[in-house]
Write a protein that binds this ligand. Structure first.
Ligand SMILES: Nc1nc2c(ncn2[C@@H]2O[C@H](COP(=O)(O)OP(=O)(O)O)[C@@H](O)[C@H]2O)c(=O)[nH]1
Ligand SMILES: [Mg+2]
Length: 415
C-alpha cells in the first residue's frame, strides 16, 4: 500500500547524483552502466536526451539515491544570461555532480564554465574521462591538471573503471545528517535562557515546534535550559546567580538588553538559529555587504518559500522594504515572489531577500540559494537583514565561530 507522506519524506532525503557534460560524451551510457540496466537512451546522434532523465536506484551498500541523466550543456543559452537554466536547476539540486568528458577532446569552453559553476557550490564533484580505449588526449590531461581537477578514467563501452567510479560515488555522497539548532554550540552544564516572545498570532504560553526542538537539543546535550517570557526576563536574570552562557531571544529584545549584558554572554535569536539550520550564515553575511552598493531604482527580489511565517519575522516581508529604504535613504524596486512565481529570468536583480524557510526542508532552501550562487546574485535572509539594519550582527553571530571569522574577513576586505 502506498503511503504518500512517507514517500515524500523519503524522496526529499534521497541524495541526487547528476551526470552532466557535453552531448555524446557518454552520460547516458554511464548511467546505464552504474545501474547495470539499459534505462536511458544511448545514441550516436547527439542531443537525444533533451530533458533530464531520473532514475530512483538502490545504490548498495549506501541505499536509495536519485540518478539524473541530463541533456548536453551546449543546449544552454548564452553565457552570462541571468537565467535559471536547466543546468543551473540540476546543479542546484545535486548532492553529487559527475562530469563526463570525452578522452579524445580538449576541454571545451562550456566545460570550463561548468567547472567554474560547480566551484561556486558546496556540492561534491567527480570527473569521469570516458572512451579511454581511444587513448587519452595529453592536452586534456594537462588542462585538468592545471585546474587541479583529479579524474577517473573510464570506458563505458569496454566496462573499464566503472566499479572504481561507483565506489568513489558512494564514498563521496554527503551523510544525511540534519543541521542542528544549538546542539553543536552547547555543552554539558551550560545554562541557556530561552526568552519566549509574545506575538499577536501565537501566545507565549504555546511553544513552537522549533522552540521544542531547541529544548530537546539542550536536554540531549545535558545543558540546563530555562524558559521565560519577555516581560519576565529582568526578574529571571536577577534570580540567577550568574549570567547564562547563552541567551536566545528575538531581535528587538537584543537591542534592549545588549548594553546591560556583558559581551562575554552570547546572545542570539531563534530566527538566526533557524537560518543556520536551513541554510548558510556565511552566504547571507556576504550578501549583506552588497547592501551599501544598491542604487536608486535597483530591483530587489523578496522570495517567500513558505506561505506562513510563524516566527517573529511574520511581518518581515512587509517591514523590510521600508527598513532598507530608510537605512539607505534610497528608493528601491521590490518584487515579491513565491516559490511558484519565482521568475526564470533574473536579469537586473541586484539582491535576493529570502525568507527563513521555516516550513521547508534544509534541502529545499539550499536549492534556491544554490541558484542564486550560480547566477552570482547576492542573497540575504529576513533574519540577518533585520539584525544588520538594527546593528546587532556581531551580537547575534557571537555563538558561531565560522560566522564571526567570515564577518571579520568581510570587514577587512571592504576597507
Ligand atoms: N567507443 C566508445 N563509445 C562510447 C563509450 N561510451 C559511450 N559511447 C558511445 O557514444 C555515443 C554517445 O553516448 P551517449 O551515452 O548517448 O552520450 P550522451 O549524449 O552523453 O548521453 C553512443 O554511440 C555510445 O555508444 C565508450 O566508452 N567508448
Ligand atoms: Mg544522453
Amino acid at each position: 500500500m502506498e503511503n504518500t507522506d512517507n514517500t515524500l519524506h523519503f524522496e526529499d532525503n534521497r541524495p541526487q547524483i547528476s551526470i552532466v557534460g557535453r552531448r555524446n560524451v557518454g552520460k547516458s551510457s554511464l548511467l546505464n552502466k552504474l545501474i547495470a540496466q539499459d534505462y536511458s537512451i544511448v545514441s550516436e546522434s547527439p542531443g537525444t536526451t533533451t530533458k533530464p532523465v531520473e532514475k530512483e536506484y538502490e545504490l548498495l551498500p549506501l541505499g536509495p539515491v536519485l540518478l539524473v541523466d541530463t541533456a548536453g550543456i551546449e543546449e544552454e543559452g548564452e553565457l552570462g544570461e541571468k537565467r535559471i537554466s536547466q543546468t543551473i536547476k540540476i546543479l542546484s539540486k545535486s548532492d553529487l555532480i559527475v562530469v563526463v568528458l570525452d578522452a579524445r577532446d580538449r576541454l571545451h569552453p562550456k566545460e570550463i564554465e561548468l567547472f567554474a559553476n560547480v566551484d561556486k557550490l558546496d556540492s561534491r564533484c567527480l570527473v569521469a574521462v570516458n572512451k579511454i580505449e581511444f587513448g587519452t588526449n595529453q592536452k586534456l590531461l594537462s588542462e585538468l591538471k592545471e585546474l587541479r581537477i583529479t579524474h577517473f578514467e573510464i570506458s563505458c563501452k569496454e566496462n573499464v573503471g566503472i566499479e572504481e567510479l561507483k565506489r568513489k560515488i558512494i564514498r563521496s555522497l554527503p551523510s544525511n545528517e540534519q543541521q542542528t539548532l544549538i546542539k553543536d554550540i552547547v555543552s554539558k552544564g551550560d545554562i541557556i535562557l530561552l526568552v519566549v516572545p509574545e506575538s499577536r498570532q501565537i501566545p507565549a504560553s504555546k511553544l513552537l515546534q522549533n522552540q521544542l526542538q531547541l529544548i530537546n537539543e539542550a536536554f540531549e546535550q545535558e545543558a540546563i535550559i530555562i524558559l521565560c517570557k519577555e516581560d519576565e526576563l529582568n526578574q529571571t536574570l536577577i534570580n540567577l546567580k550568574n549570567y547564562p552562557d547563552l541567551i536566545i531571544t528575538n531581535s528587538d529584545n537584543i537591542i534592549k538588553i545588549s548594553s546591560e549584558i556583558p559581551d562575554k554572554v552570547k546572545i542570539t535569536t531563534l530566527s538566526l538559529l533557524m537560518s543556520r539550520n536551513k541554510s548558510d550564515l556565511k552566504l547571507f553575511l556576504r550578501g549583506l555587504k552588497s547592501l551599501d552598493r544598491l542604487q536608486n531604482g535597483d530591483k530587489i527580489l523578496i522570495s517567500e518559500l513558505c506561505s506562513n511565517h510563524p516566527s517573529e519575522d511574520e511581518m518581515a516581508a512587509e517591514k523590510i522594504p521600508r527598513l532598507i529604504e530608510h537605512y539607505l535613504n534610497k528608493k528601491l524596486n521590490f518584487i515579491k515572489v513565491t516559490e511558484k512565481s519565482f521568475p526564470e529570468y533574473l536579469t537586473d536583480i541586484k539582491l535576493i531577500i529570502q525568507c527563513i524557510g521555516c516550513s521547508k526542508s534544509r534541502k529545499a532552501v539550499t536549492h534556491k540559494m544554490n541558484e542564486a550562487k550560480l547566477l552570482d546574485i547576492p542573497v540575504v535572509n529576513y533574519s540577518l537583514l533585520i539584525s544588520y539594519l538594527k546593528g546587532t550582527i556581531p551580537r547575534v553571530i557571537s555563538p558561531f565561530k565560522e560566522a564571526i571569522l567570515e564577518w571579520e574577513r568581510l570587514k577587512l576586505s571592504s576597507i
